[in-house]
Every structure is written in C-alpha cells, then in structure tokens.
Write a protein that binds this ligand. Structure first.
Ligand code: C2E
Ligand code: MG
Ligand code: MG
Ligand code: MG
Length: 288
C-alpha cells in the first residue's frame, strides 16, 4: 500500500508540474503577441507628498489585460519576460504608452517607470529611453526611472554610464526596493540617485514589527544625511502614514490612496481635480 501511495504521489507531482509548465508555456507564447497587441498596459499608482497631501505623480505599473484570463499581475509575467528576453520590449512598450497618457496631464505631475536589471545590460538603454521621450513629446524633467540595487552588480560601469546619460537629459533616478538586497552604502555613492524608495515589506509592518520600524528609521536617517528624499511604498492605512511623516519620509504611495488605476480611471480622477490639460475642443460632427 505504501508503495502504491508513493507512486500516486509521484504521479500527482508529475501532473501538477506538467500543469504548471503548460500554464507557463502558454503565458510565454501569449506574451510574445500580447506586447505588440498592447495587451500589456500601464496602470498608475498615486505618489503623494506626505507633508502637504498633494498628488505629485504616479508610479507606472504593468498589467496584462488578458482577453480570456482577465487582469494578470506583473509578479506572474515579469519573471517570464525576464527569462525569455522579452522584458526590454515589454518595459519600453509600457513606458511609451504611459508617456502618451501622461502628456495630457497637468505639467506638475511626474511618472516613475520601472527598469529591470536585465535592461541595464543594454549599452543603448539611455538612447532608447530618450527616443521614446522625443517621439511622444513627454518632457524628460517629468520622468523618473526606478532601478533596483541588484541591477548594479553585473556591470557597475555600464550602469553608471547609462544613468549619466539619462541624468544629462534631465531624467531623475530612484533606487527602488531599498532594504531588501545588499543595501550597500557603496552603491548609494556609486550612482547619482535622486531618491531612495523603501520597500513595502518594511512599511506595511512598521507598526507591528520593531525591526521594520528600525529599518525604516535607519533608511530615513540615511536619506536625510545624504540629502536624498525618501519615498515609502506600501502605505496601507492612516497609522502607517502618520508614522512615516514623523520619520521624515517625503513621499508615499500605497492602498491608503487607492489601488493602481487604469488609464480611464486616472483620467477621471484628474478631470475631477482639474488636473487635465485643457485639450483642444473635440471636433463636433453634428455642427453645420
Ligand atoms: P515595485 O516597483 O516595488 O512596485 C510596488 C508594488 O507594490 C506594486 O506591485 C504595487 O501595486 C504594490 N503596492 C503598492 N501599494 C501597496 C500597498 O499599500 N500594499 C501592498 N501590499 N502592495 C502595494 P505590482 O504592481 O504587482 O508590481 C510588482 C513589481 O513588478 C514592481 O515592484 C516592479 O518591480 C515590477 N514591475 C511592474 N511594472 C513593471 C514594468 O513595466 N517594467 C518592469 N521592468 N517591472 C515592472
Ligand atoms: Mg517600482
Ligand atoms: Mg518599489
Ligand atoms: Mg517593492
């Protein structure tokens, strides 16, 4: 009987592994066509000035609007895009769409886009980003690029040159998910960052875990002494927001301010606040 159940167990593993592999292969081949079809679209998460409560801009987050499966999270498809080399095409497509959308907003509003470590191996990355800005007419001063520390291990010299070119054009650079990796002070000094982003894993638990609170406090103090403003992600409630304000975090984002918004939803929000550029009146087909 033991032998039999053992065999059944292996069969079960085989079947579930096979199912997972099949689902992955489907996502992978789906992704190839989804990018040119623009099924991978930007969603927008509000970034708030914690001192004033003002809306400063949005982080751009990729979502797959799958025709059959509905909305798919980047946690599912970004790793596949990275393994298959589709990530560059995906991120650039999302950035381009975001620039076209954000062009119609109040000029005070910025967008922050995510760049994967893999993209920082491309010596032409800065030129490609600038090209998108030129083609969409979106000003470089309103763009922030988020890179993670792990991007810097492969080829620090190349990362420095890419970041240097972007900064020359007026693009700002944020260090994303700080605290989760090596959090090395050498890396903070090696690149001219404009901002540090504290990972949500510490922020969401700041009022429950003394360790998290200590880490957020340490990063806030580090930002203060290096003159780097700090953004906290993962602000889920008022109590967390209060705590971050006390610690001197400049900006915040998270579910307290709302879930990431589709292009349509963000337009509605900005229209309500009078933060859409007054576009030329729509041609009226009923006239004459
Ligand atoms: P990230 O850059 O660290 O983005 C923050 C993540 O935290 C987002 O998840 C966001 O929706 C989530 N989040 C925001 N506020 C809260 C909150 O209050 N509570 C909790 N629990 N979570 C919150 P999302 O959208 O699933 O993105 C996951 C990651 O995928 C991002 O992490 C980013 O690294 C990557 N990503 C997303 N879009 C792109 C893209 O276009 N290109 C590249 N290369 N990476 C992307
Ligand atoms: Mg990010
Ligand atoms: Mg982040
Ligand atoms: Mg994060």
């Amino acid at each position: 009987a033991a032998k039999k159940s053992g065999r059944n167990r292996y069969q079960w593993f085989d079947q579930s592994m096979e199912r997972e592999l099949k689902a992955r292969n489907e996502l992978e081949s789906g992704l190839r066509v989804a990018i040119p079809r623009q099924e991978i679209v930007p969603y927008f998460e509000q970034q708030i000035d914690l001192a004033t409560g003002d809306l400063n801009g949005f982080e751009v987050l990729a979502r797959w609007e799958h025709p059959v499966r509905g909305l798919i999270s980047p946690e599912r498809f970004i790793p596949i895009a990275e393994e298959t080399g589709l990530i560059a095409e995906l991120s650039m497509s999302v950035m381009r769409q975001a620039c076209l959308v954000a062009r119609d907003w109040d000029p005070s509003l910025t967008i922050s886009v995510n760049i994967s470590p893999w993209q920082l191996r491309d010596a032409w990355l800065a030129q490609k980003i600038i090209k998108v800005l030129v083609e969409t007419g979106f000003p470089s001063s309103r763009l922030e690029v988020e890179i993670t520390e792990s991007s810097l291990f492969d080829n620090l010299a190349l990362a420095q040159s890419i970041v240097g070119s972007l900064k020359n054009q007026g693009v700002r650079i944020a260090l994303d998910d700080f605290g989760t990796g090596y959090s090395s002070l050498a890396h903070l000094r090696a690149l001219p960052f404009d901002r540090i982003k504290i990972d949500k894993s510490f922020v969401t638990s700041i009022n429950e875990s003394a360790d998290s609170a200590a880490i957020v406090n340490a990063i806030a103090r580090l930002g203060e002494s290096l003159n780097l403003p700090v953004t906290a992600e993962g602000i889920e409630d008022q109590a967390i927001e209060e705590r971050l304000k006390l610690l001197g975090c400049a900006k915040g984002q998270g579910w307290l301010y709302g879930r990431p918004l589709s292009t349509t939803a963000v337009r509605r929000l900005l229209a309500e606040r009078g933060m859409l550029r007054t576009a030329a009146p729509e041609p009226d087909s009923t006239a004459e």
